[in-house]
Design a protein around this ligand. Structure first.
Ligand code: SOE
Length: 387
């Protein structure tokens, strides 16, 4: 019989929605499923919020006491979908209680917190994972396969960007994402780390960085409601304002341990860009392009193609590609954000059942946090910084 894994999800917001959907849908896509994740209990800040999350996301139970919940004997997985300032405390408690832990990105606010989480993971027998979902887009996994198969030779250059515009309006509210004591950093930790994660996945470890960090909107209206609407709600030019103490943008040059070079940019202030993640990778024998706004597609150019057929071609991911056996029966039916979360859930449950560590686990995600820390340091020193 397929194993059941009881999930305690902490946090019933945007990420809670994505993870709850993935728990329900994963066995519908990947069958036989490695395990059936059971939505056992959901935790939110108040009993009322937790009850709403239970009704909405299909959990059996609800609670506002995360500590008691993660220590329950019948819980197998603790899923952390809270803002960054509680990741370390919850993860460490859950690991001490012997639970498997999946944590939303970034791993934590600071390098110190991240190291403490990794030490707790090392001291446990638990499986850990950090929810960097974009590497699980089938087209990105296909890029990885082509690189591993040597299709573009040795990688010499990686260009990665993540551009959004939800914080471009100066009258968007001062949500937790603009407060260093809650978020740790701004664009660097929130979205830059996604690009760093994909750079590590596709090319290997980053060694040194040089960055410019900028904060364009220095004050924002104090947020009235508790809900994080990513700047879309409560816009107000008249409300009392408070300081933004995180970065809006990072532009950087990077060097990989392999000798490859690259650039990484991330901003939430690029009007007209929504979730514009682009990767361009050049190798000694070809190139690969990916644009998340066309995420069914991977563009590839292989230098050894016949001269009269040379150029980029577009591959639509489908059953022949990574994770294709579980997804949709023909290419181009549409891969979305949801599918990346379902795949993430599949890989996490599979690792638990097989007793392996998925990627990126806490240990691997620490390297991403080290790069984020080096980017922030370089933003201050204007010098090349070692990771
Ligand atoms: C806001 O920038 C955000 O919600 C990020 O926090 C997520 O990681 C990204 O997937 C979508 O945008």
């Amino acid at each position: 019989m397929t194993k059941t894994l009881n999930v305690a999800m902490i946090g019933g917001g945007f990420m809670g929605k994505a993870h709850a959907m993935a728990y329900a849908a994963m066995p519908m896509f990947f069958w036989p499923a490695p395990a059936i994740p059971r939505r056992k209990t959901v935790v939110d800040l108040t009993d009322a919020a937790a009850e709403t999350a239970r009704d909405r996301f299909g959990f059996d139970e609800a609670s506002s006491d995360w500590k008691a919940t993660v220590n329950r004997a019948d819980i197998d997985i603790v899923d952390i979908c809270t803002p960054n300032n509680s990741h370390a405390e919850i993860a460490i408690e859950a690991l001490k209680a012997g639970k498997h832990v999946i944590c939303e990105k970034p791993l934590a606010r600071t390098l110190e917190e991240s190291v403490a989480m990794v030490e707790a993971a090392r001291a446990s027998k638990s499986v850990t994972m950090v929810a960097f979902n974009y590497r699980r887009t089938p087209a990105v996994a296909l890029a990885k396969k082509f690189i591993e198969d040597g299709k573009i030779g040795d990688v010499i250059n990686f260009r990665g960007t993540y551009l959004q515009d939800w914080s471009a309006d100066p009258n968007g509210p001062l949500s937790w994402r603009f407060q260093k004591d809650i978020a740790g950093s701004g664009a660097v930790g929130d979205i830059g780390t996604h690009v760093v994660d994909m750079a590590h996945y596709l090319v290997g470890p980053i060694d040194t960085v040089q960055a410019i960090t900028s904060t364009y909107v220095k004050t924002r209206p104090i947020q009235q409601g508790g809900v994080d609407k990513l700047g879309a709600s409560e816009k107000s030019a008249d409300s009392e304002r408070a300081e933004v103490d995180v970065d809006d943008e990072v532009m950087s040059m990077v060097r990989f341990k392999s000798g490859a070079v690259g650039s990484i940019e991330a901003t939430r202030n690029a009007w007209g860009r929504n979730n514009f993640i682009t990767l361009e990778i050049h190798g000694t024998k070809g190139s690969i392009l990916f644009n998340y706004e066309r995420r069914d597609e991977l563009q590839v150019m292989f230098a050894d193609d016949p001269g009269d057929a040379r150029g980029f071609r577009t591959i639509y991911t489908g059953p022949a590609h990574p994770y294709g056996e579980g997804l949709w029966p023909i290419p181009a039916l549409g891969i979305g954000y949801g599918e990346t979360k379902i795949i993430e859930c599949f890989d996490f449950c599979k690792a638990i059942v097989e007793g392996t560590q998925p990627s990126p686990n806490f240990e691997e995600a620490l390297l991403t946090e080290k790069v984020a820390d080096a980017l922030l340091r370089s933003g201050e020193t204007h010098a090349w910084e070692q990771v």
